[in-house]
Design a binder for this molecule. Sequence first.
Ligand code: 3PG
Length: 399
Amino acid sequence: RTIESLGSLRSRTVIVRCDLNVPLTDGVITDDGRIRASLTTIRELRAAGARVVLISHLGRPKGAPEARYSLRPVAVRMGELLGAPVGFVEETVGAEASAAVGALGEGDVVLLENLRFNPGETSADEQDRRAFAERLAALGDAFVSDGFGVVHRRQASVTELAQLLPSAAGRLVAAELEVLQRLTERPERPYTVVLGGSKVSDKLGVISHLIERVDTLLIGGGMLFTFLAAQGHGVASSLLEADQLDTVRGYLADAEKRGVRIVLPIDVVVAEAFAADADHAVVPADAIESSRFGAAGIGLDIGPASAQAFAEVIAESSTVFWNGPMGVFEMDAFANGTRTLAQALTETDGFTVVGGGDSAAAVRALGFDDDQFGHISTGGGASLEFLEGKQLPGLEVLA
Ligand code: 3PG
């Protein structure tokens, strides 16, 4: 259901669930991509004369207020980007929130405090979620679900709230779905997926699903060491999920049977320690233990030959989906793999999608612009679960 299905919104109070879960360092927003991505829906609702109540989570507080997870800095940034004041209320539900919402005029916008300061938001008990959602629903007349990054979560503001008010998907959710459906239903081939990030175990579902659908899978980031170990190579002190070795061996065998290429790095950057100024060297991927750092060596990036080989695969691809950095891109010495990969995505003629908060933040931090990519998804877990073919609770309730 799209926003049109809600009818005239003039003077109606519309609650909008956004994903304003942005990275913060000492209270300063380091990447405002998710705030920007929320603006289309908010602008449209203001223009339609709605009274707009924004709700979101930030981080993972445990059901009680914590100053470092306050959404206040987000309200300030949202106001700057919107070019209009965005009020902020220090609670999500309660007398103060009701008064602030009651005082809104047509086109006014207010942001309520972090949903996850309330235990009902993320409770495993449906009754608790429902009770919290009822208090949220009492604040508005209609609900717009636009937090694509949380549609894979069964949480009060995502699922139960949508059942209590006339509800619709916002423009961001609609736009994300259109792009991701293109990948699941009719990807132009060759279709390449690049997976990075630290944990194989986070991506097990999506890897097994992708092996049935893609032509090539490029593996980088911390998870590559579990793949190298599964092939029998030593990885010294690099990240290793020893309990995943059999699963990974199974993937490698399955991919071979299906004719899917799984490309692993041929060289890696090994460092003496996990530190920005650590001594480091490029070594062949099958000789990590023979580096001059011996058993202490830690792989922190894919090597230049691998980055080049990955870039060549991308240049030949018609569709590319990328999730997860190739190395510790926050440290300059270990950013080359991620930078080379991002550059390759900007240069290919194929359709490119960057999925996930970390990958989006990585490309922006390395100086790339959003419009150099086909699409930058605001959802990390959500986009992976969608590609995995899972039913996402926050979308099911809107169907
Ligand atoms: C994300 O950052 O992927 C979303 O905001 C969801 O956050 P969560 O993983 O804490 O539910």
